[in-house]
Design a protein around this ligand. Sequence first.
Ligand code: AP5
Length: 219
Amino acid sequence: MILVFLGPPGAGKGTQAKILEERFGYRQISTGDILRRHRTEKTPLGVEAQSYMDAGKLVPDDLVIRMVEGELAHAENVILDGFPRTIPQAEAFAALLARKGLKSVAVIFDVDPVVLVDRITGRWSNPRTGRVYHEKYNPPKVAGIDDEDGGPLVQRPDDAADVVIKRLQEYEEKTAPLIGYYETHTDFVHVNALGEIAEVTRAIIEKLPDVGPEIVSAP
Ligand code: AP5
């Protein structure tokens, strides 16, 4: 199955993608994480993307589409987290799936915008693995340290409140129209993403009967 997670910044897409990765063996493809790695390594793509990311804007479609095509060479059992994010990206993705004879299911995270800034500004993440925590809602055992690999947790520069507002505007303008696109063009489910993290996971699994056999049970 190819799952496309669609929702605003802070909706919980990355959190849920990591949980399904561990429990059901999916591979998370997070365009945000890939772009951040390019930025850290100062690759030509990372250097070009940096100014857009720091300003809370979307990176140009042609750069992102080329980057994702390589990632999707093996597109079985993947969760796309943060892609597609514009209609041109969705059309390029649909063409790629058609060439491979594959289909996707969109998982649309429904969330009240009032919770988003609080979720994002309290987020701490492991830049190496992309695992995310929240200082109130999902704290690590030791502040600033990843429970899994002991690596340091950092706050993303684009999680500063002024940049978050720009990201939410970009979402409304360029990404929210994809909800209508997916409701017309592909299989989709809506998930209530307002509850606690475990409740949202249960809602996703209930809505996706073909999610696959569980390899690791819920804690
Ligand atoms: P990206 O990294 O994709 O950021 P985003 O879409 O803005 O999403 P977030 O990572 O902020 O939120 P999330 O939904 O994953 O929430 P999370 O699970 O972390 O993109 C960053 C930038 O890269 C973009 O601005 C753009 O510049 C560029 N980019 C990326 N893809 C692109 C593309 N396709 N095209 C163009 N540009 C692109 O959760 C948030 C917090 O809430 C965490 O602290 C978590 O612990 C907590 N939390 C999660 N669920 C719950 C819950 N149910 N209850 C309480 N707290 C919760």
